[in-house]
Design a protein around this ligand. Sequence first.
Ligand SMILES: NC(=O)C1=CN([C@@H]2O[C@H](COP(=O)(O)OP(=O)(O)OC[C@H]3O[C@@H](n4cnc5c(N)ncnc54)[C@H](O)[C@@H]3O)[C@@H](O)[C@H]2O)C=CC1
Ligand SMILES: O=C(O)CCC(=O)C(=O)O
Length: 424
Amino acid sequence: MTYIEPAPIKDKENPLESMMQRFDKAVELLGISDEMYYILKVPARQVTVGLPITMDNGSIRVFEGHRVLHSNILGPGKGGIRFDPDVNLDEVRALAAWMTWKCAVVDIPYGGAKGGIACNPREMSAGEMERLMRAYTVAMLDVFGPDRDIPAPDMGTGPREMAWLMDEYSKAKGMTVNAVVTGKPLVLGGSLGRTEATGRGVMTSALAGMDKLKINPYKATAAVQGFGNVGSHAAVLLHERGVMVKAISDISGAYYNENGIDIEGAIKYRDLNKGTLENFPGAEKITNDELLTLDVDVLVPAAKEDVINNENAPYIKAKMIVEGANGPTSASADDIINNKGILVVPDILANAGGVTVSYFEWVQNRIGYKWTLDRVNRRSDRIMKDAFDKVFLTSQQFNVPMRIAAYIVAIKKVSDTYKFRGGY
Ligand SMILES: NC(=O)C1=CN([C@@H]2O[C@H](COP(=O)(O)OP(=O)(O)OC[C@H]3O[C@@H](n4cnc5c(N)ncnc54)[C@H](O)[C@@H]3O)[C@@H](O)[C@H]2O)C=CC1
Ligand SMILES: O=C(O)CCC(=O)C(=O)O
């Protein structure tokens, strides 16, 4: 029997510490009480489970899974499930808190939650993934629920995994409960537009930012790190709006073309190549670090945390960073980036398009009705644009970067709600 050791927590770039540093700055400016500080800081619940799984070769491996409900003050917990070798409890705690702030920034009635299992989906068969997801669901039967805590996809998971979760949960409850999870396949009650929703929100945030910087999208260039759900859709949609995407990347490395990457071609190539861009033709291979320091207008980190840090931040040349990933910039890089005058559209705003359309999916499941793609897109575009404007205005009012402004908007909303509920 083997046990997969959770990844060691890196002191230097702990995402929980990065999140807390920004939280502390915003709290200082807002001036909330000590009691409220701890109410907002300490997660409402965190659950860790051991999951023994029979592997295809007959051996048994024990995986460690987590689900953290950071807050349910605004509504049921909401947030994805990550399958990645680097998953650990601190990472999941940070991701859950970011979900609380994100839902508050776009003003949807959810608290924040996140789940994760330390595993490597690239080395697992579909059968092993299915057994793992079903075992995790069973272990979380009392945690999940359409009014309690509603999961969704994150890194390493997608509609297929959400379908297994819905099926396992529904079997245990003795009825079909499709509102327990979002990001499902359409046939199971998934929403039109959810697959591309996070990338679409990144695109609308990028266009809103370009407008502030007076950058013409038809003359703009971009580099996108990560070519999964978020990165590939963001790249397609930016390209459709006239932006030349000069570089893309995934775990196999980065690919650069001075005249622009053929994005549709790259997606086809990835889908026929076991999900990776390895050996992608028609582009020069560079490293993921080189991609981050390219001379482009817009940089979209859409892979994982802390890729932008105090070591590479001094070399970033982009005029704007639009954070598709959660926590791609460590707190140690904030001052360097701000002093360079780079406009950062922070994760809890820029990647909120996904949870916004997840909310629409949950609403549709609960009323038993399907919206058209046009309705989904129009409503989510409006929510993203309103949230951008509110955060931008707050950044001017408090004279702070958009990241701290987004935390201010979120913390104010959650703490006001708590007070009105009479909690304190
Ligand atoms: N899927 C969603 O709706 C949402 C995802 N996010 C965040 O966006 C980020 C990406 O998520 P997804 O696109 O869903 O995941 P995914 O699993 O679909 O894709 C991840 C991509 O990142 C690449 N990658 C992994 N490690 C890398 C590294 N070290 N350097 C460069 N590329 C690397 C992978 O090869 C893959 O192309 C995560 O931070 C996630 O939390 C945020 C909001 C919603
Ligand atoms: O769609 C959702 O409910 C959550 C997506 C997510 O995990 C995220 O925004 O980081």
